[in-house]
Design a protein around this ligand. Structure first.
Ligand code: THU
Length: 134
């Protein structure tokens, strides 16, 4: 698997490409898959505000387009002093392709600030199993 340093650098590089002229808040996300690949995404805003998409959504779309479907770990890099944890919708997006213990690392420009598991950020979650075991 890719090292956490490599994943952090991928998140930093893609964050710089974010299209965020409205919020001026750039976010980058980088996913590592178990086979050592990295897929990255940035937020892409829109003049019709609700149509914009989050960095995590872009990274997940790239992963699926690349033929992968499991997140081994993910780094999310935001701006400012606060922890930029994935938004509620993105927690659910990550949940589709991750395990309860999958690490979600929240970073700032200086490095990883805090690491969570998916289960910590989205406990008692709804997922594919709910639909398959009926
Ligand atoms: N944003 C993300 O890309 N990921 C998150 O988890 C939190 C928020 C983006 C959406 C919007 O473009 C900007 O940050 C401000 O909310």
């Amino acid at each position: 698997m890719a090292s956490l340093d490599t994943l952090f650098e991928a998140a930093r590089a893609i964050q710089a490409k974010a299209y965020a002229p409205y919020s001026r808040f750039k976010v980058g996300a980088a996913i590592a898959t178990a086979d050592g690949r990295i897929f990255a995404g940035c937020n892409v805003e829109n003049a019709a505000y609700p149509v914009g998409s989050c960095a995590e959504a872009g990274a997940i779309a790239a992963m699926v387009a690349g033929g992968a479907s499991r997140i081994a770990e993910i780094v999310v890099m935001g701006e400012g002093e606060h922890l930029v944890t994935p938004c509620g919708g993105c927690r659910q997006r990550i949940r589709e392709f991750a395990a309860p213990e999958t690490p979600i690392h929240v970073a700032g420009p200086e490095g990883i600030r805090k690491s969570f598991t998916l289960d910590e950020l989205l406990p008692f979650s709804f997922g594919p199993d709910n639909l398959s075991d009926r």
